[in-house]
Ligand binder design. Structure first.
Ligand code: FAD
Ligand code: UDP
Length: 387
C-alpha cells in the first residue's frame, strides 16, 4: 500500500483519485458505513433523494474545480433560494440574503435600488475594523435587520453571540440592493444529476483504489503498511487532543417525508432565525428536481455534542488550531486535508481545490487532471481559500 487515506469525503476522494491516477496504490477508509462524507445522499424509504447530513448545494467560481468534478458527474443546473421568517407567529417570509424585496416588504416601502442603498447607508452602524460577525452585520445592515435576521439564527447555530464569532462567518452572507434572490452568485451552480454518492462512486472507481467503509483509523492504523497517510478527520483527534479539544459545532438532522404533498414550501430552504429549536427547513425536491407524489424535508437542530460538522471560527479556536497545525506541519509522511483536518469553514469546492493542490504537492510529476491525457494542458490550477 502506498497511501492510506482517512475519510471518503471530498478531501479523501479527490486526493485518492489523483494519487491513483498517478499510479499510487491507495486504501481509503471511513468510519461511517458509506462514502461521500457529509455530502452523502440516498433515497429515503419513500424513494425521495435526500441529503443525510443536511442540504448540500454545489457552487463555485473555479472553472478548474467544476471541470474536475465534471469527469465524474453530469449536472443539473440549480440556483438555491432561501426565505427567512423573522417572526413565525405571522409567518411572513423575506428573501435571504437581504435584498430590495426584503427591505421594502419588511418596512412597507417602495424603494428602488438607489433608495435601498440610501436606506442601508442611514441604518448601518459603521465599524472599523470588521473583526467579529457582529461588526460585519451592523456595518452592512444596522441593528434592526441584525436582530431580525442574524442574531437569533447565529446564537442557535453556533451557541455563541455574533460578537464571539470571526467576521468571516456572517460575511458569507452578502447584502443586496437589487432584487437578486439567489443564495449564491457563483459562476457555476449545479447539483450532481444522479446525486453526490453516485459521483463519489465514480471518483473512487479505479483499479488502484480500495475502499473500506465502517473502518476507523484508530482501529486499523497500526496494521496497515504504507508510505504515507492523508488524514481528513479532526486534527485534534489525530493527536489525542493533546492540547485540548478543538471546538466543532454539531447538528441533529430530523428527516420527514410527507406523502401526497406536492410542495411544502416555495423555495429550497426556509430559515427561522427567532423561533423553533431548528435553524432551517429544507425541501429536497427543489434541489434535485425529482418528481414524486410526496415530498421530503430535513430540519437542522444545532448541538454542542455529536459528530463534528463545523469548525467554530474565532480567535481562541484559531490559536488552538495553530498549535495542532505546527504538529501537522512537522510530519513528513502524514498530510492533513479538509474541513475538519484544516479547521476551516470550507465549502465543497474549496475542499476539492485544496485536495487538488495537496495532490500536486505529493505528486510533482503528475501535472494533468484526472481524465485528461498526461501532458495535455489543463486549466490553470486555482487554489481556493477559505473565508
Ligand atoms: P467530510 O465530508 O466531513 O469527510 C471526512 C470523513 O472522514 C467523514 O466521512 C468521516 O466519517 C471520516 N473520518 C473522520 N475521522 C475518521 C477516523 N478516525 N477514521 C475513519 N474515518 C474518519 N458545502 C457547500 O459547498 N455547499 C453546501 O450547500 C454545503 N452545505 C452544508 C450543510 C451542512 C449541514 C454541513 C455540515 C456542511 C455543508 N457544506 C456545504 C460543507 C461540506 O459538507 C464540506 O465542505 C465537505 O463535505 C467537507 O469535505 P471533507 O472531506 O473535508 O470532510
Ligand atoms: N446567518 C444568519 N441568518 C441567516 C443565514 C445565515 O444569521 O438567515 C449567519 C449564521 O451565523 C450562519 C452564517 O450566517 O451560520 C453562515 O450562513 P450559511 O448559510 O453560509 O451557513 P451554512 O450553510 O454553512 O450552515
Amino acid at each position: 500500500m502506498d497511501t492510506l487515506i482517512v475519510g471518503a469525503g471530498f478531501a479523501g476522494a479527490t486526493t485518492a483519485r489523483q494519487l491513483a491516477e498517478a499510479g499510487d496504490r491507495v486504501l481509503v477508509i471511513d468510519k461511517r458505513p458509506h462514502i461521500a462524507g457529509n455530502a452523502y445522499d440516498r433515497l429515503d424509504t419513500a424513494g425521495v433523494m435526500v441529503h443525510e447530513y443536511g442540504p448540500h448545494i454545489f457552487h463555485t467560481n473555479s472553472e478548474y474545480v467544476f471541470e474536475y468534478l465534471s469527469h465524474y458527474t453530469k449536472w443539473r443546473p440549480y440556483e438555491h433560494r432561501v426565505l427567512a421568517v423573522p417572526d413565525a407567529r405571522n409567518g411572513r417570509a423575506f428573501p435571504m440574503p437581504i435584498n430590495r424585496t426584503t427591505v421594502n416588504g419588511l418596512y412597507g416601502l417602495d424603494l428602488d435600488e438607489d433608495g435601498v442603498a440610501d436606506f442601508l447607508q442611514r441604518v448601518r452602524e459603521p465599524r472599523e475594523p470588521l473583526r467579529t460577525s457582529e461588526d460585519v452585520v451592523l456595518n452592512s445592515v444596522g441593528r434592526d435587520l441584525c436582530e431580525k435576521f442574524f442574531r437569533g439564527y447565529t446564537r442557535k447555530q453556533w451557541g455563541l453571540d455574533l460578537s464571539e464569532l470571526a467576521g468571516g462567518v456572517a460575511a458569507r452572507i452578502p447584502t443586496r440592493t437589487n432584487d437578486d434572490d439567489r443564495y449564491f452568485t457563483d459562476r457555476f451552480q449545479a447539483m450532481p444529476e444522479a446525486g453526490y454518492t453516485a459521483m463519489f462512486e465514480r471518483m473512487l472507481d479505479h483499479p488502484n483504489i480500495e475502499v473500506r467503509t465502517g473502518t476507523a483509523y484508530e482501529d486499523v492504523a497500526a496494521g496497515i503498511d504504507r508510505r504515507r497517510t492523508v488524514f481528513s478527520g479532526p486534527v485534534d483527534e489525530y493527536y489525542g487532543h493533546c492540547y485540548g479539544r478543538l471546538p466543532y459545532r454539531s447538528l441533529r438532522f430530523e428527516h420527514e417525508h410527507l406523502p401526497r404533498c406536492g410542495q411544502y414550501q416555495p423555495v429550497g430552504t426556509v430559515n427561522y432565525p427567532n423561533d423553533h429549536a431548528y435553524t432551517r427547513v429544507t425541501e429536497f425536491r427543489h434541489l434535485t428536481g425529482q418528481a414524486h407524489t410526496g415530498t421530503s424535508l430535513v430540519r437542522e437542530y444545532p448541538t454542542a455534542e455529536g459528530d463534528p460538522y463545523y469548525p467554530i471560527p474565532n480567535a481562541d479556536n484559531e490559536a488552538l488550531f495553530k498549535r495542532y497545525e505546527a504538529l501537522a506541519d512537522a510530519e513528513s509522511d502524514v498530510f492533513f486535508i479538509g474541513r475538519l483536518a484544516q479547521y476551516r469553514y470550507y465549502n465543497m469546492d474549496q475542499v476539492v481545490g485544496a485536495a487538488l493542490a495537496l495532490s500536486r504537492r505529493l505528486l510533482p510529476e503528475a501535472t494533468g487532471m484526472a481524465g485528461s491525457p498526461r501532458g495535455r494542458p489543463s486549466p490553470s490550477p486555482h487554489t481556493c481559500t477559505a473565508d
